[in-house]
Design a protein around this ligand. Structure first.
Ligand code: SGN
Ligand code: CA
Length: 545
C-alpha cells in the first residue's frame, strides 16, 4: 500500500476516532459508516465455468452476476492450494500453506495463528460466520458463528454454535445458512459498528443434493459437453493419467448420481461400496418421510431412465449419461445458491446498507465440470487452479470492470484489511488488491503466482506438485513418487492438452521459469526441507489412522 492510497482511509478513520471521542452529539453512525462493511460470500467447489458472469454456456446465475455487474470480475484469480481447508486457511491467514501449516483436509488448523477476522474484531468491527469452515475447530475473532461440523450436510444439517453446542436445523443447508446471515444482519447487529460477515455455503460440494424443485427441473435438462470430455491424457505426464477423478471410471452411480443400489447391483454395475452409502447414511437418510416423498418421483424417473438405457450403452454413452446426471445435480445446487445470494443482495438494498458494503463472491477453489473427463479439483491445471472472484463496492469500484491480473486467495486478507483501514501484519504474504479495485492498475506489478498441493496419497490420487503460473505459461513439478516436470503454453494451448516441457523450442522458457520458480520458493520461504517435513508428518498421520 502506498501513501496516496492510505490517505483517504487514514482521514476517515481519524475522523471517526475524533468524532467518537469529542463530539458526542454528532450523528455517530454517519461517521462510522465510513468504515465499510464486508460480506464475504464463499461457496464450496463452485467452478467459474458455472457462473454466467464468466460464461453462460452451462447455466445462468443472475444474482451472482449482480456482484460482477456492479463491481469487478477477476478472470485470472487462483488459489495457492486447490483443496478446501487449506484454501480457507490461506484466506484467513494471508499466508501460503507451507507457512500456515494447513497442508491438507486432515490435520486441524493451528488456531494460535492470527486470522483477519481477529484483526477486524480488535479494530471494533462486529464479526460473524455462518456455514462451512472445515477446520476441525472453531474460528477465533468471530463474535457469533454457526458452522457445519466438517463437510456438513445439505439436508436437516447440524451446526456448531458459538458456545460449542451442536444443534440440528430442519431444512436445506443453503437456505438455512442464508437465513442465519440475514437474521444476524437484521436483528443481532450493533448498528453503530461496521461489520464483517463470513457467509459460507456448503453447496455445491459432493455428494450433490439439490432442493426438490430444482432437482425436478434440472433432471430434465441437458448440458453441452466440454471438448475434452473424452481426454485420454496423451501428451500429459503420469499424474494426469493416474488421477482417480474420471467421470466414467470413478464417479459413483449411486453415491454420486442417485441410481438405487439394488438397480446398480442388478445390472452388475456396482463398483464401490459407497454406492449404498448415499441412501443408507448420506443426506437421503437424514430426510423425514415428507421430505423423501418430494424426492421419490424424481429418483424413480432417473432410475427408470438408467434401467432402460444402461444395458445397451457403449462406454461413450455411459460417460455422456454420467456427465449429464452430474451436471443436473451440480447446477441445480448452484441455482439455489444463486437465489439465496439474491436474497442477501436485496436485503442490503432494502436496508440502506448497499452503499457502504463490500460484497465479495468466491469459491474455496475451482472444479472440473467434465474437462479432461474429470470431476473434483486439486491440480494446478486451469479449472481447479482458477477460482471465481468478483467484488462490488459502490463509489469505490467502477461497475462492470474486469481484471485479468494474476490475483490469488492469498491476497484477500490484506485487501480487506486495507479497505477497512486496519494495519496489515508484516508477515502476511499476499498483496492488497486495492490498486486493481480502484483503477490504479499501474501500481500492480506482480506477473506470476506460486502454487503447492500436498494431499497425496489420498482420495482421487492427485500427486504432490508445485509450480509457477504467469499469464503466458505454467510450469509444474510433480514429486514424491515421481519426478516429472510439465510446461503449458497457455496462449497457444489454453486447455492445457500438450505438455511442452521437452520441446526444444521452449528450452529458454523452461530455464527462465525454473529460475523464477526457485526465486518464488525463496521469497515465500518454501523449500525441499519443508516438503520433506510435510511428507513425514503426513505419513505419521496416515499410519495413526
Ligand atoms: C470428500 C469428497 C471428495 C473431495 C473431498 C475434498 N468425497 O472427501 O470427492 O475431493 O471431500 O473436498 S465424498 O465421498 O465425501 O463426497 S473439499 O472441498 O472438502 O476439499
Ligand atoms: Ca472445496
Amino acid at each position: 500500500m502506498n501513501f496516496k492510497q492510505l490517505l483517504p482511509l487514514t482521514l476517515s478513520i481519524a475522523l471517526f476516532v475524533s468524532c467518537g471521542k469529542t463530539n458526542k452529539n454528532q450523528d455517530k453512525t454517519k461517521v462510522i459508516a465510513k468504515r465499510p462493511n464486508i460480506i464475504f460470500i464463499m461457496s464450496d467447489d463452485h467452478a467459474y465455468q458455472a457462473i454466467s458472469a464468466y460464461s453462460d454456456k452451462l447455466t445462468t446465475t443472475p444474482n451472482i452476476d449482480r456482484i460482477a455487474n456492479d463491481g469487478i470480475l477477476f478472470t485470472n484469480a487462483s488459489v495457492t492450494n486447490s483443496i478446501c481447508a487449506p484454501s480457507r486457511a490461506t484466506i484467513l491467514t494471508g499466508k501460503h500453506t507451507h507457512i500456515n501449516g494447513k497442508i491438507d483436509n486432515l490435520s486441524p488448523f493451528d488456531t494460535t495463528q492470527i486470522t483477519f477476522p481477529q484483526l477486524f474484531q480488535k479494530a471494533g468491527y462486529q464479526t460473524a460466520m455462518f456455514g462451512k469452515l472445515h477446520f476441525g475447530n472453531s474460528p477465533k475473532g468471530v463474535d457469533e458463528f454457526m458452522i457445519l461440523p466438517g463437510q456438513g450436510n445439505y439436508i436437516n444439517p447440524d451446526f456448531i454454535t458459538t458456545t460449542g453446542e451442536r444443534v440440528n436445523k430442519e431444512g436445506y443447508a443453503t437456505d438455512i445458512i442464508t437465513d442465519m446471515s440475514i437474521e444476524w444482519m437484521d436483528k443481532k447487529r450493533d448498528t453503530t459498528k461496521p461489520f464483517l460477515l463470513m457467509y459460507l455455503h456448503k453447496a455445491p460440494h459432493r455428494a450433490w443434493w439439490p432442493k426438490p424443485d430444482k432437482f425436478k427441473a434440472y433432471s430434465k435438462r441437458s448440458f453441452p459437453e466440454p471438448e475434452s470430455l473424452f481426454d485420454d491424457y496423451t501428451n500429459r505426464g503420469t499424474a494426469a493419467k493416474t488421477a482417480e477423478m474420471n467421470i466414467l471410471n470413478h464417479m459413483l452411480l449411486s453415491y454420486d448420481l442417485k441410481v438405487f443400489p439394488e438397480t446398480v447391483d442388478a445390472l452388475g454395475a456396482n463398483t464401490d461400496k459407497r454406492n449404498t452409502g448415499m441412501f443408507n447414511h448420506g443426506d437421503f437418510s437424514r430426510m423425514n418421510e415428507e421430505q423423501k416423498a418430494l424426492y421419490m418421483p424424481i429418483l424413480d424417473a432417473i432410475n427408470k431412465d438408467f434401467k432402460d438405457h444402461w444395458p445397451t450403452m457403449t462406454k461413450e454413452d455411459k460417460m455422456r449419461w454420467k456427465y449429464q446426471r452430474y451436471m443436473q445435480d451440480y447446477l441445480a445446487c448452484i441455482s439455489t445458491v444463486d437465489e439465496n445470494i439474491g436474497r442477501v443482495l436485496d436485503y442490503l438494498e432494502e436496508n440502506n446498507l448497499e452503499d457502504n458494503t463490500i460484497v465479495v463472491y468466491t469459491s474455496d477453489q475451482g472444479f472440473y465440470l467434465g474437462e479432461h473427463g474429470w470431476f473434483d479439483k486439486r491440480f494446478m491445471y486451469n479449472e481447479s487452479f482458477r477460482t471465481p472472484l468478483m467484488i462490488k463496492w459502490p463509489n469505490q469500484i467502477k461497475p462492470g470492470i474486469t481484471s485479468d491480473e494474476m490475483v490469488q486467495n492469498l491476497d484477500f486478507a490484506q485487501t480487506f484489511l486495507e479497505a477497512a483501514g486496519i494495519s496489515i501484519p508484516n508477515d502476511m504474504q499476499g498483496e492488497s488488491l486495492m490498486p486493481l479495485l480502484t483503477g490504479k492498475t499501474e501500481e500492480w506489478t506482480r506477473d506470476g503466482v506460486y502454487y503447492h498441493y500436498y494431499e497425496y496419497p489420498a482420495e482421487h490420487a492427485v500427486k504432490r506438485h508445485y509450480g509457477i503460473a504467469t499469464k503466458e505459461f505454467k510450469l509444474i513439478q510433480f514429486y514424491y513418487d515421481v519426478d516429472e516436470w510439465e510446461l503449458y503454453d497457455l496462449k497457444n494451448d489454453p486447455k492445457e492438452m500438450n505438455n511442452v516441457y521437452n520441446n526444444p523450442e521452449y528450452a529458454d522458457t523452461v530455464i527462465k521459469l525454473k529460475k523464477e520458480l526457485a526465486d518464488m520458493r525463496k521469497k515465500y520461504k518454501d523449500s525441499d526441507e519443508l516438503d520433506q517435513k510435510f511428507i513425514d508428518r503426513y505419513k505419521d498421520k496416515r499410519n495413526h489412522h
